[in-house]
Design a protein around this ligand. Structure first.
Ligand code: 3H9
Length: 692
């Protein structure tokens, strides 16, 4: 059992011992009940304290048990809370670090709660697409009030314990040693009777109907495709409109409804995928790491500037190197402006602004960056340019420095071969805008040292990115897949779609942005340069020529105020372009294609299944370690809808045989060769299996 029982004078202490965060899995639940039984049977015990070992009071239900029979095995969390609440001896929750979800619900079932300042208090279930299912929606409003509870439950955001010190949630804040304080408190209340129960507190909120209606309207407008937030409001409403036991029943019904929704399954998948991504099978957690106390960035362009901001935001001093003073000044001015904008939005204090800018210095001289622990190159995407830079870095960087390239497509092994220390070279592929996007593709070269990989992984966490490891291939995980998606988008134009129709269909599916709006934002000339390279290197790959024709018209996107769409000066809103649509129609005619009406369903299937098929190849080749890593790349770097869990998870939900069937249908159309199912996909579909 993962709970420990000890007696300290007249006080029994039950300590949850289920690392990493004392999730309330079956063996922990059983351990609590066991401890309660011992304490109740021991006449010398007058009061009971429940606490958590290590870095949490409790992070809530053990999410590793979700979808497993243990989750529903007795004692359930409900039963545990019933035992605690109905105990004849007072039970005190001693809270530190984290009390979340089921952990907070357990504490709310105790007669008293004491806490240290700085503990994170939350009911974050909504973030997993569910709601608190062990009484949280009924008990929290009774102690912190209707409004505060509703906010906490609908947003899932943690509140620091000291902010709740004056509410009925806590009976005492403890400044010194928590256990000493908790045991002293327990001794003090040992004889107090009757024992207070949160369930007996009356919620006092005149005109609660008006407030609840207002909340329903606001939450409905903000929830988008997610069903959980509105159900949270319904559950909290039951705390005011129904008797306690009825409210618990309502909460239970809503909880069970939500657990089954595809949105919740996707959110839970994303939660695990994010944590799984940091695990590299042959790089154990105890791999020695290099110290990163300073950084350098080569290139003060959009990418270089964004990367430098990441280091500064994490408190790591960073030096930016450029070739010309002009470029350096421009880059630094952009960084300053970005921080100023954040400050204007109230998200950065003047002090932090000064501190961050103070951490960013600049130079025109390679010798000045030699002592940095890590250098990230963000120069022009061309092997010759990379060669010059890496040869120079090899000369100036101190031994043991990590040499990283921000390349988005080029061969990292080749880049490493320009140095005499390939073990120190790694790809760190940031996504634009680099100071905002959460994804960091960590490209492991053939000779990359395990310590360099482990350090890069830890660094990604430090700079608040989701690091996903990719092997070396053209485009790595994300861009190699997006190429297939973009190819289909181009073919759709030739066959009958407009850019607007494709974008709308994909955005309705949930993508943050369709492929053509995305192209205009990123710059259509980037894809053009890549295709020109492909025409030489891989002449048998076919692309629609529409994108080349667009670039030949000088329509590179927002930066030229014209791309797939028209733009007005100073306005990022896309307006459908007659000129572009005429170009597309003429191109279809030149190819002898009779344009047809294409359904949104076909658009989405062709774009998303093209991602899935390439993802399957990437997985089989070992470029990605696991299907969920591919999902993470798309959720955090490419705006794939989180409520669909990522392309591979989505394919699993659609059913792989159905995906293959759709592909066979498209294989009978134009460019049918693109639709040959990847061997792994075909095999899993035939065996009735899934990617994840
Ligand atoms: C619930 O309670 C339902 C009930 O209402 C109803 C029941 C009937 N269980 O995030 P980190 C692991 S729903 C098991 O990197 P941090 C995590 O996988 C639950 N494991 O650390 C990782 O493992 P590994 C509601 C969990 O310090 C390790 O802990 N609760 C759980 O940045 C470290 O995680 C939540 O939604 C868990 N509940 O943040 C809480 N939580 O090292 C979600 C985490 O092997 N959790 N792990 O990769 C969090 O928000 C953060 O993890 C937390 C720690 C703040 C706790």
């Amino acid at each position: 059992m993962t709970a420990e029982y000890k007696v300290n004078g007249a006080v029994a202490v039950i300590t949850l011992t289920n690392p990493p965060v004392n999730g309330l899995g079956h063996s922990t639940r059983a351990g609590i009940v066991d401890g309660m039984k011992k304490a109740l049977a021991d006449d010398a015990v007058k009061a009971i304290v429940i606490t958590g070992a290590g870095k949490a009071f409790s992070g809530g239900a053990d999410i590793r048990e979700f979808n497993k029979p243990e989750a529903f095995a007795e004692p359930t969390l409900h039963s545990v809370i019933r035992v605690v609440e109905s105990s004849e001896k007072p039970v005190v929750a001693a809270i530190h670090s984290v009390a979340m979800g089921g952990g907070l619900e357990l504490a709310l079932g105790c007669h008293y709660r004491v806490a240290v300042p700085g503990a994170q208090i939350a009911l974050p279930e909504v973030k997993l697409g569910i709601l608190p299912g062990a009484g949280g929606t009924q008990r929290l409003p009774r102690v912190v009030g209707l409004e505060m509870a509703l906010n906490m439950i609908v947003s899932g955001t943690p509140v620091m314990s000291e902010k709740l010190a004056k509410t009925k949630l806590f009976d005492q804040m403890i400044d010194g040693d928590l256990m000493e304080g908790a045991i002293a408190f327990a001794n003090r209340v040992a004889d107090a009777r009757p024992l207070p129960k949160v369930r007996d507190i009356k919620i006092d909120y005149p005109n609660y109907e008006g407030f609840l209606q207002f909340s329903r309207n606001t939450v409905k407008a903000m929830a988008g495709p997610y069903p959980a937030p509105l159900k949270c409001v319904e559950a909290v409403a039951a705390a005011v409109t129904q008797k306690f036991d009825e409210g618990i029943k309502t909460e239970r019904e809503l909880f069970l409804e939500l657990v089954q929704t595809p949105e919740s399954k996707s959110l839970r998948h994303a939660f695990f995928a994010e944590r799984a991504a940091s695990k590299i099978p042959d790089v154990p957690a105890d791999t020695p790491m290099r110290e990163i106390k300073s950084a350098a960035v080569i290139g003060a362009g959009t990418m270089g500037g964004g990367i430098a901001m990441n280091f500064a935001n994490a408190g790591i001093p960073v030096k930016i190197l450029e070739m010309k003073q002009e470029a350096l000044d421009r880059g630094l001015a952009t960084i300053r402006k970005n921080y100023e904008n954040t400050m204007k939005k109230g998200k950065l204090t003047q002090e932090k602004f000064d501190q961050r800018l103070g951490l960013i210095t600049s130079t025109l001289n390679y010798e000045d960056i030699g002592q940095a622990d890590i250098v990230v190159e963000a120069v022009f995407e061309e092997m010759g340019v990379k060669e010059t830079v890496f040869k120079r870095l090899d000369e100036v960087m101190k031994p043991g420095a990590i040499l990283a390239s921000n390349t988005s497509t080029l061969n990292v092994d080749k880049i490493a071969s320009f140095t005499k220390r390939p073990q120190d070279v790694i790809g760190l592929h940031f996504f634009s805008p680099a100071n905002v996007m959460r994804l960091l593709e960590i490209v492991r070269g053939e000779k990359t040292g395990k310590d360099v990989l482990a350090t890069s992984m830890a660094l990604s966490k430090k700079i608040k990115k989701v690091g996903v490891v990719s092997g070396v291939c053209d485009g790595f995980i994300g861009n190699r897949m997006i190429e297939q998606y973009s190819r289909q988008a181009g073919f759709l134009l030739e066959e009958g779609c407009t850019p607007e129709q494709v974008d709308k269909a994909v955005e309705k599916f949930g993508f943050a942005m369709g492929p053509f709006r995305m192209g205009d934002l990123a710059g259509n000339d980037i894809g053009w340069a890549i295709r020109k390279r492909r025409y030489v290197e891989k002449p048998d790959i076919t692309y629609s020529k529409t994108a080349d024709l667009l670039c030949e018209m000088g329509r590179y996107g927002q930066k030229t105020s014209a791309g797939w769409y028209d733009y007005k000066p100073g306005d990022r809103k896309p307006y459908p372009s007659q000129l572009v649509n005429d170009m597309i129609i003429k191109h279809s005619a030149d190819l002898g294609i009779e344009r047809r009406k294409i359904s949104d369903e076909e658009i989405v299937e062709r774009l998303v299944f093209a991602l899935v098929n390439e993802g399957a190849k990437i997985l089989e080749e070992g470029i990605a370690l696991r299907a969920s890593d591919i999902d993470m790349v798309y959720l955090t770097g490419y705006g794939f809808p989180v409520f669909r869990g990522g392309p591979m998870f989505y394919a699993d939900t659609v059913g792989l045989p159905n995906v293959v069937m759709a592909m066979e249908k498209y294989a009978r159309g134009r460019h049918g060769e693109a639709w040959k199912p990847a061997p792994l996909l075909a095999r899993l579909a035939a065996e009735g299996k899934t990617f994840n």
